[in-house]
Design a protein around this ligand. Structure first.
Ligand code: F6P
Length: 292
């Protein structure tokens, strides 16, 4: 049996554990497309054994590399990728929503495809927990925990911008965990007057303010400047948490979930259950659902 694995889109902590677990089950039968759909289009396909490294199984990143590949949406490039994908008995696509579309298209064109939900944003449809989320939250919390004492010392406010693309899940979870004073999770909650009031009141009471901001809603620097101007004092700062959320050491929960995902993927391959998405439900059990 020949199995092809590829990661697509943004990397997610836990990918390496998933890859290690899958490798442990299929060893020489497992191949990978270098940097995802891009490698598939260009025939950059190699045995997984050439990159597998047990010492990286608990680290973030991915030994197979990943990339964003908008070309895969174009018929010409999709066809090129399809030709390579057809040479395999099973193709496992690991990624977020965009990657899911590519996986579905492969399946609809006759490839035995399995999609695995892996993105820090935790925004895959029907999925309560995608690989990467727990670590992304942990890193957001870490950044706040390690800088708020300094803001406390000066009664300052800090706006922490966390990743999440268009999803509010990381921002809300981080805000809840650190007991933030306010979370800007969507356009509705982007309220300058409200923020000004919270920050001013805390400042008058000799307290700091912790504000969590979901990325892609507004420019954190501009928002900070606007608030400082409205308050009439430089009491607001900002901090972009950013990429440390993707590169952070995977949490225990992440490693456990990645292992569960890998077990379910192996089961699907062995039972020839293709055309499925592998997702976690609210009990954190990993199950399969058909492509939609
Ligand atoms: O989808 C994961 C993610 O980290 C998002 O949270 C973020 O908006 C995006 O990827 C960043 O993408 P890139 O790494 O391509 O800049």
């Amino acid at each position: 049996m020949k199995i092809l694995f590829l990661c697509s889109g943004g990397d997610a902590p836990g990918m390496n554990r998933f890859i290690w677990e899958l490798y442990s089950k299929f060893k020489k039968d497992l191949y990978f497309a270098y940097a995802g759909f891009d490698g598939l289009i260009n025939g950059k396909i190699f045995p997984l054994s050439s990159v597998i490294d047990k010492s990286l199984k608990d680290e973030a990143g991915t030994v197979t590399k990943t990339s964003r590949c908008p070309e895969f949406k174009q018929a010409k490039y999709f066809k090129m990728g399809l030709e390579y994908a057809k040479q395999f008995d099973a193709v496992v696509v690991f990624g977020g929503n965009g990657s899911q579309k590519g996986a579905k298209q492969l399946f609809e064109n006759g490839v035995n495809t399995i999609f695995v939900a892996g993105t820090i944003d935790n925004d895959v449809l029907d999925c309560e927990y995608s690989i990467g989320f727990s670590t992304a939250v942990k890193e957001g919390v870490y950044a706040i925990d390690n800088s708020m004492p300094s803001n406390d010392a000066m009664n300052l406010a800090c706006i922490y911008e966390v990743m999440g693309r268009e999803s509010d899940k990381i921002a809300l979870k981080v805000a809840e965990t650190v007991c933030a004073d306010y979370c800007i999770s969507d356009k509705k909650t982007l309220n300058l007057e409200k923020l000004k009031k919270i920050i001013e009141t805390n400042y008058e009471n000799q307290l700091s303010s912790c504000i969590v901001l979901r990325e892609n809603l507004t420019d954190a620097k501009e928002l900070t400047e606007k608030l400082n101007e409205a308050i009439g004092k430089k009491v607001v700062r900002f901090h972009i948490v950013g990429r440390t959320q993707r590169g952070g050491k995977p949490t225990q929960e992440e490693l456990i979930m990645a292992t569960k995902y890998a077990k379910k993927t192996a089961e699907c391959i062995k039972t020839k259950n293709f055309g499925v998405r592998i997702l976690a439900n609210s009990d954190l059990n990993v199950e399969t659902k058909p492509f939609i």
